[in-house]
Design a protein around this ligand. Structure first.
Ligand code: C2E
Ligand code: CA
Ligand code: CA
Length: 711
């Protein structure tokens, strides 16, 4: 830098002027040297300018000094520079790049602004002094108010400040008598002064009903003079609302609590919002059904109760078949509508206490606690399938879907909620694999049972027309003479798929499907015709017993049927006997008695079957036109080993004789049993000891043989 006017100018400038190359001082004027607190410029040469910048400002200023920062020539900005002996000086600085960018040279100008800063700081001090004074005054005022409040308590409590509170205020004394409230209190609670002044606080009932809460409040007031909290309360008109309360104990000068001040606000809206959030956390927004979270909760909560009461719980997973297609082709709106509609239909399929939940997508689940019999689950499943198979009307489109259902049962299949879920899911997938629109049990053997039922059902629907039913006949004999008195006709089903099927397995299904009426009529006709055939063959008249089921008794043409069948076969009523059970009479007693009385009046014999297994009582027998009592097999089988059973049989026999009824023991298998029954003077016996039920031809041979013996 040449000497010249510019240098002179710089030399006389009151501002700091300095040239820095690569951040280090290459030139500095006199004023600059003085500003940094030094006498000679020499000691400054080559030192980084940054050394003189106050640490707080290095961040902003650092980049400007080496000239690389393009913004270096922008604005003046305030800065603190360090002087010797730890002093600082406030300056306003300007940095201008000089020469080529590669030169890394900047001209720095700094102006002392100490005076300006001082003025500002003075202002701040004045301001804060003012604030202090205001605070002080406020405190004085508050003190004054406090003093005045003590003096004119009532006046002030009812005074203007409280009048204008948004919060409700209520003051009550040590005797729990309210003596002041404000308008906001009335607005929130509905209680006006005349309703509550001199009476108990408006939350008295809440405290009475919740001793724990009441204890907590009084304890807090004792210890801390203050309690804060929330509870549900009732407005004067009975509406529930949530209130937030702050109760403070107010003591007099000597520290004795004289009053309690209560500040209340209505937080119902916030509470409702919280509940709304809780609802959102537990319920599916689209369908309003419980979501996966709540489903898991309910499942986990139900299991211990089921365990205690030793009851089954059914869990069903339902996946909508064909939902994806609707969603993809008709759009999400239509898809959503379908899900809502499906959810509604599912809810109609369940019993009280069951839970339908949406797990997500098109997956639903049903929890069925208190499932009396696991085999009831398919009934619900079938209802669900039926409900889903009906067409869906969706924004002008008719859509069809179906459901695939997996079922699992607690505790048979699993006892852990996650296991159950896995089971139901697996079963559901198998249902899908098996062609959808059906249900599938997780349990292998339950699955088998249900399947068997299906097979039986299908087979039975054609059994009658295919001539697969036949009657076997089991002889009945006089206990003393072993003379044959009759036979019982027992049905058999010869299924092409299953072979010979026991009536124990297929009669319930025939009853359920309603086929029994037709099949029962066939049995009655067949038995009568067989009887006729035996008479035609010259055998002596015996009695042929046919088993009836409840369904038949309820048929309108039950009685005319007997007339018709006897006529067709050409035999008299005395050779026909019907066997009924007690449970049949229980269901519709009046109807049953009427029907039985009519056929009894026709001369047909009536037997009470399986006696001892139901609600057997003397009064029952007396009420019905019963000619014969058949003691259930279960008593006979233990007669020789179980004195109780022997006693029961003895009682039944004595009772029957008193009532003038014939007693038949069924299921007699051994000579021992026969001996005992003889001793008890049982009238007739039936059982394997003499003969199992026989096909018609063999029964004919048996009869011929036995009558020949007698003759
Ligand atoms: P039920 O009326 O109590 O028939 C007696 C059952 O005991 C028959 O079983 C018979 O085979 C069996 N039994 C006879 N003697 C003995 C014995 O000494 N020991 C043992 N262990 N069992 C013996 P089945 O033929 O299997 O019939 C079962 C049930 O099916 C019958 O019980 C009856 O309730 C029903 N049933 C049979 N045929 C008909 C029918 O045509 N109509 C209706 N509604 N029910 C029928
Ligand atoms: Ca029977
Ligand atoms: Ca029986």
């Amino acid at each position: 830098m040449e000497d010249g006017w510019a240098v002179k100018l710089i030399g006389t400038s009151p501002d700091l002027v300095c040239i820095c190359t690569d951040g280090s001082i290459a030139f500095i004027n006199e004023a600059g040297t003085a500003m940094l607190g030094l006498k000679s410029a020499k000691r400054l040469m080559g030192r980084p300018f940054a050394d003189f910048i106050h640490a707080d400002y290095l961040g902003i200023a650092g980049g400007l000094l080496d000239g690389r920062d393009g913004s270096a020539d922008s604005d003046l900005f305030p800065l603190k520079l360090k002087r010797s002996r730890g002093k600082t000086i406030d300056v306003e600085i300007l940095a201008i790049p000089y020469g080529e960018p590669d030169d890394k040279t900047v001209i720095i100008r700094a102006r002392d602004i100490t005076d300006r800063v001082k003025t500002f700081e003075d202002l701040l001090v004045i301001h804060s002094e003012l604030e202090d004074r205001v605070d002080q005054r406020t405190e004085e005022l508050t003190r004054e108010i406090r003093v005045r409040r003590k003096a004119e308590q009532e006046l002030l409590l009812a005074g203007k400040i409280i009048e204008n509170f948004n919060e409700g205020v209520m003051i009550f004394d040590r005797d729990m008598k309210v003596f002041s409230i404000n308008p906001a209190f009335t607005e929130i609670t509905g209680y006006r002064a005349k309703d509550i002044i001199g009476k108990k606080p408006h939350f008295q009932k809440v405290l009475e009903e919740n001793e724990e809460l009441s204890g907590e409040i009084w304890q807090a007031l004792d210890k801390k003079d203050r309690w804060q909290g929330e509870f549900w309360n009732k407005r004067k008109n009975g509406d529930e609302y949530a209130e937030r309360l702050s109760i403070s104990a107010i003591a007099d000068e000597s520290g004795n609590v004289q009053e309690y001040a209560v500040v209340i606000s209505d937080v119902t809206k916030r509470k409702q919002d919280e509940e709304h959030i809780r609802f959102q956390a537990n319920y599916d927004a689209l369908t309003g059904l419980p979501n996966r979270t709540l489903f898991m909760d309910r499942l986990a909560q139900s299991l211990p109760a089921m365990r205690r009461s030793e009851t089954n719980l059914g869990l069903m997973f339902i996946d909508l078949d064909g939902f994806k297609l609707v969603n993809d082709t008709l759009g999400h709106n239509v898809g959503d509508q379908l899900l809502m509609e499906a959810a509604g239909r599912l809810q109609k399929c369940i019993r009280d206490g069951d839970t339908v939940a949406r797990l997500g997508g098109d997956e639903f689940t049903i929890i069925m606690p208190n499932l009396a019999d696991p085999r009831d689950a398919p009934l619900v499943a079938q209802r669900v399938l039926d409900a889903l198979s009906k067409p869906f009307q969706l924004q002008g489109h008719e859509s069809f879907i179906s459901g695939s259902i997996g079922i699992t049962v607690f505790p048979d299949d699993a006892t852990d909620p996650n296991e159950l879920i896995k089971n139901a899911d697996a079963a559901m997938y198998r249902a899908k694999e098996q062609g959808k629109a059906n249900y599938n049990f997780y349990t292998a053997d339950l699955n088998e049972q249900v399947k068997e039922r299906m097979v039986l059902k299908n087979g039975l629907s054609k059994a009658l027309e295919n001539g697969e039913f036949s009657l076997f006949y089991q002889p009945k004999l006089k206990t003393m003479t072993e003379e044959v008195t009759g036979v019982e006709a027992l049905m058999r089903w010869n299924s092409p798929e299953l072979g010979m099927v026991s009536p124990v397995r297929f009669i319930p299904i025939l009853e359920e499907t309603g086929l029994l009426v037709e099949v029962g009529e066939w049995a009655l006709r067949t038995a009568c015709m067989q009887h006729k055939a035996w008479l035609d063959e010259g055998l002596p008249p015996i009695s042929v017993a046919v088993n009836l089921s409840a369904r038949q008794l309820r048929e309108d043409d039950f009685v005319p049927l007997f007339d018709k069948v006897l006529n067709e076969a050409g035999i008299g009523p005395e050779g026909l006997e019907v066997e009924i059970t007690e449970s049949m009479l229980m269901s519709d007693a009046t109807r049953a008695v009427e029907a039985l009385e009519e056929i009894s009046a026709m001369g047909i014999q009536v037997s009470m079957d399986d006696f001892g297994t139901g609600y057997s009582s003397l009064s029952y027998i007396k009420r019905f036109p019963i000619d014969t009592i058949k003691i259930d097999r279960s008593f006979v089988s233990d007669i020789a080993t179980n004195p109780d059973d022997a006693e029961i049989i003895k009682t039944i026999i004595n009772m029957g004789q008193t009532l003038n009824r014939k007693i038949v023991a069924e299921g007699v298998e051994t000579e021992e049993q026969l001996t005992i029954l003889r001793e008890y003077r049982c009238d007739e016996i039936q059982g394997y000891y003499f003969s199992p039920p026989l096909p018609a031809e063999e029964a004919t041979a048996f009869l011929k043989q036995s009558f020949k013996d007698v003759a």
